[in-house]
Design a protein around this ligand. Structure first.
Ligand SMILES: O=P(O)(O)OC[C@H]1O[C@H](OP(=O)(O)OP(=O)(O)O)[C@H](O)[C@@H]1O
Ligand SMILES: O=c1[nH]c(=O)c2nc[nH]c2[nH]1
Ligand SMILES: [Mg+2]
Length: 167
């Protein structure tokens, strides 16, 4: 009856919810940058960090936005995280005044690798699981470690049978 993967619980996030939560993240970050409270740049961890980073950059009026590309998961199986593309190091420097944005932290392995490239950056994710939480300075919602977060770009609306259906 139950063909779920080891993550028993599912936390399904709509576009609307993601927009609200990414805005809430921006509001938490507002005024906490090192330069009179301002942030210099946003670095999105692709691909999941791109939508939240865009919303944060828009809310905080940050025009300098770059990306770092890290590959670690094939579906729900994690491999060793690898940096495929770095941001412009002339812009990000040691990370001072830079916001690194991702959709979530799970084990924290992705952020461990990213932090090494910009040690003074501030790391922000929309969602966090307990194991990865120490890698994040600011986040909005915590879910349990055995929860799988489903993002709107990985889902589609579809028909479901009524609860009291025949089978
Ligand atoms: O804390 P960790 O256990 O390292 O996992 C978190 C990372 O995993 C997912 O990215 P993924 O590697 O699946 O790539 P994607 O963003 O392109 O979907 C997610 O977007 C985070 O970046
Ligand atoms: O879509 C995702 N949901 C998650 O919960 C997760 N954890 C690591 N990588 C993830 N990707
Ligand atoms: Mg990612």
């Amino acid at each position: 009856m139950n063909d779920r993967l080891p993550h028993e619980k599912g936390f399904h996030v709509s576009w609307d919810q993601l927009h609200r939560d990414a805005r809430a993240l921006a509001w938490r970050l507002q005024g906490h940058g090192p330069d009179d409270g301002a942030w210099r740049a946003v670095v999105a961890i692709t691909r999941g960090g791109m939508a939240p980073a865009m919303i944060v950059a828009r809310e905080l009026d940050i025009r300098t936005v770059d990306t770092i590309s890290v590959k670690s998961y094939n579906h729900q199986e994690q491999a060793e995280p690898r940096i495929i593309k770095t941001p412009d190091m002339e812009i990000v420097g040691d990370g001072t005044g830079v916001l690194i944005v991702d959709d979530l932290v799970d084990t924290g392995r992705t952020l461990e690798v990213v932090r090494r490239t910009m040690p003074k950056a501030h790391v922000a994710t929309v969602y966090a699981k307990p194991q990865g939480r120490p890698q994040v300075e600011t986040f909005v919602t915590e879910v349990s470690q055995d929860t799988w977060i489903f993002f709107p770009w990985d889902m589609a609306l579809q028909y479901v049978k009524p609860y009291r259906g025949d089978d």
